[in-house]
Ligand binder design. Structure first.
Ligand code: ZN
Length: 164
């Protein structure tokens, strides 16, 4: 799928600080469902024939599966250490929900650590540019205690990540 074809009435994919990102074309209030992360189910098994990029872009879905966006909108959602959206699972689907008011033209970004469970082997160097950038992004349980508690109390981390 081409990036241009991903454009909806609310969202567009274009060049961002880091690669490509998703930008809002309208204002969103806090708590709004922006879009669904769609894709195919893949497992985390290292013997499965999946390339590193696909693996890195996949969203943890439960103990056994991840959702790979396969070039759809979810592939372009960047990380920020000061996120304005979160990932939530409802009725067997993953959704992107705003955690602050968002103005038209803003890039949407969530904290990748909120979908990295304790058995995931993954980390990345961060270049989000925020004042409180953590530098390296790792599994949820590696977060500073205060931030972890904030994410849990504000329901910014999906339940299934806490339970793995
Ligand atoms: Zn950062």
């Amino acid at each position: 799928m081409k990036r241009k074809e991903l454009e909806t009435k609310d969202l567009m994919v274009k060049k961002a600080r880091n690669g490509f990102g998703i930008f809002s074309k309208k204002d969103f209030k806090i708590g709004k469902n922006v879009f669904e992360i769609k894709g195919s189910r893949i497992t985390g098994d290292i013997d499965e024939d999946i390339d590193d990029t696909t693996r890195a872009n996949a969203y943890r879905f439960d103990r056994d599966f991840y959702i790979s966006p396969d070039g759809s909108m979810g592939d372009f959602l960047n990380h920020s250490c000061k996120p304005n959206v979160k990932i939530m699972k409802e009725k067997g689907k993953l959704f992107v929900i705003t955690i602050s008011d968002i103005t038209s033209g803003s890039e949407l970004a969530f904290d990748y650590s909120t979908i990295v469970a304790s058995d995931d082997i993954w980390e990345m160097k961060c270049n989000c540019g925020e004042k409180d950038c953590r530098g390296v992004i790792k599994r949820f349980k590696s977060l500073p205690k205060k931030l972890k508690e904030f994410y849990i109390s504000e329901k910014i981390v999906p339940k299934h990540i806490l339970n793995i």
